[in-house]
Every structure is written in C-alpha cells, then in structure tokens.
Ligand binder design. Sequence first.
Ligand SMILES: Nc1ncnc2c1ncn2[C@@H]1O[C@H](COP(=O)(O)OP(=O)(O)OP(=O)(O)O)[C@@H](O)[C@H]1O
Ligand SMILES: [Mg+2]
Length: 319
Amino acid sequence: MANAEQIKSLIKAHIENDQNRFITLALQIAAIEAKQGHTEFAFEIRDLIDKSKLSKVVKLKPFLNDFGDLILEIVPQVRKVELIVTSEISDKIERILLEYKQSDKLGKYGMKNRRKIMMAGSPGTGKTMTASVIAQELKLPLYIILMDKLVTKFMGETGNKLRQIFELIEEKKGVYFFDEFDTIGGERAKDNDVGEMRRVLNSFLHFIENDKSESLILAATNNISLLDQALFRRFDDIIRYNIPNEIEILKLITNKLSIFKPTFKLEPITKIALGLSHAEITSVCEDAIKDAILHNKNKIEKNKLMKFLEIKRSVYLGN
Ligand SMILES: Nc1ncnc2c1ncn2[C@@H]1O[C@H](COP(=O)(O)OP(=O)(O)OP(=O)(O)O)[C@@H](O)[C@H]1O
Ligand SMILES: [Mg+2]
C-alpha cells in the first residue's frame, strides 16, 4: 500500500492545485502497487487517472444559459513549464504576460498592453494549451468560444451573438479564446452560403477593433494562409506553432516520462518522433507509462517506447 510520505505528497499536490504532480504521484503509487502484484488496484488507479485526464486542462461547464454550449468556462490548470515551445514562442508569451501585468505602467504613457493575439499552426502543437497557460499565469478565467458552433447553431443571428460575446468580454475580465477561427475568418468561408460568413467576419472585425476591454482576446486557426488579410492588423501579435524539432521532442518526452525515469538515452529516440505533433508524442508517452504499469515495471523500456512511437508514426505519417 501507499506509504505515509506518498499520501502526504498526494494531499499536498491536491491542496496546491498541482494536478500534474498529483497525477505523477498517483501513477507512481500505481507502479509500486503493480510491482507488488496488486494489479487490480493499479488498474483502478490508472482508470481514475484516465477519467480525470478528460477534465485535466479543464473543468468544463456550460456558461450562461444564453450561450448554451457555445462558450465553455475553463478552470486553467496547465503550468508554463509543461508547455514545450520554441524560444520565439515563449518570448512572445512572456511579453503578453509582462505587458498585462504592467498595463497600468504602460497606460501612464498612453501605451496599451498587447492583448489581441492570433495563434496559428498545426493541430496538437499547443494553441489551446497556450491559452490555458496565459489564463493560469494571469489568474484569469478562460472562456473558449466554439466558432463552428456559433455559426451552425445561430445561423442568421451570428452577428448578434458575437455582439453579446463582446459585451461579455467587456464586462467580465478573462481570457477569451476563439477556437476554430477559420470558420469565419477563412477566405473560403466567404463563398459558402448566402453571405452570412462575410457578415459575421465584418462584425468580428468591427467588434475587435472597437474592443477597449481589459480582457485578452485570442484566436486560433490551423491554417493561417486561409485567413482574410483584413484580420491581421486587428491583432497585436501573431504566434505561429509548428510540430516540435528534436530539441523540443527531447524536452517533451523527458517531461512526460519524468517519474518513470528512463535509464537509456532518449536522444536517438527523438528521431523516430520527428514529424509527430506534441499531442501525438504526449499520447505515446502515456501509452508507454500505462504499459509499464500494466507489466509491473517502474521504468520505461526503450524498445517499448520505440515501438509505440513507430506505431504512431505509421498511423499518422504513414511510414
Ligand atoms: N507545445 C506543447 N507542449 C507540451 N504539450 C503539448 C504541446 N502541444 C500539445 N501538447 C499536448 O497535446 C494536447 C493537445 O494540445 P492543444 O489542445 O494545445 O493543441 P492545439 O494546438 O490547440 O490543437 P488543435 O488545433 O487541434 O486545437 C495538450 O493537452 C498537451 O497534452
Ligand atoms: Mg486547440
């Protein structure tokens, strides 16, 4: 059974709201239990963790009846150290944080903090995670606005809904994350339907330009080249995300496997992961951890990790 130190550490992680550490400790306990032959108990712990992961970044709750499930309020729980990005991206994030924290100082000189940010890049590279980190660092609530839902659900009155969202942005200080932004911002969107998208985009341009709130407005897209050019000058900065290079892959895997300290060199393995996104590599690491638990190991095996990476490659990259 878990010893006193482990239980104390678990409680401490819970009180400090350090979800990552909490999961790490729970996995450690599962590994120890599995090693002692308590496989069923180890399984149960793993299942509990799997379920909690669904709400890891987040605790979703539908926000304000008016908006139905169009806006999700999230309790951000991702810490900055977990986000593995290039120095260029982390510098940009730091600048957003610093300017926000010192916006009063900037204001005295008639300057405004940067708070309207476009995030673009492939799926699973950390755009939503960045929104979570920013909210967490600034101790602000995070609201995710699902653009595709906005458009499909409120066809014909999207502009009106958008107005209400911008009223909310003004009233309730927070980080507002417009996800799937190309739904309205894409050039292609213009050609669809009866000009609804064009109108929505024009409304958005109008609202964001006139927004003088203290909230942060983030918009994410997978494909920046599709976006309407008129959008860019409304944003204070653009952050571009890419799949990780070898250095980032190494950091990511090292982070993810930290408790199951691999005893082999990770460097040669990072090559196999080249081409995969952060999200895909994360899920490989989780598979490797689960596998270790299920086989009563407290260390990750090199061959297993390589095998899982190769499987992921063949599924996602076809090689
Ligand atoms: N840069 C990163 N550093 C560490 N982990 C990451 C990173 N990017 C993604 N992940 C992992 O993958 C998960 C999904 O990432 P996220 O939701 O931020 O991707 P995204 O860029 O918003 O993708 P999409 O375009 O599909 O919405 C994260 O919860 C995290 O576990
Ligand atoms: Mg996302």
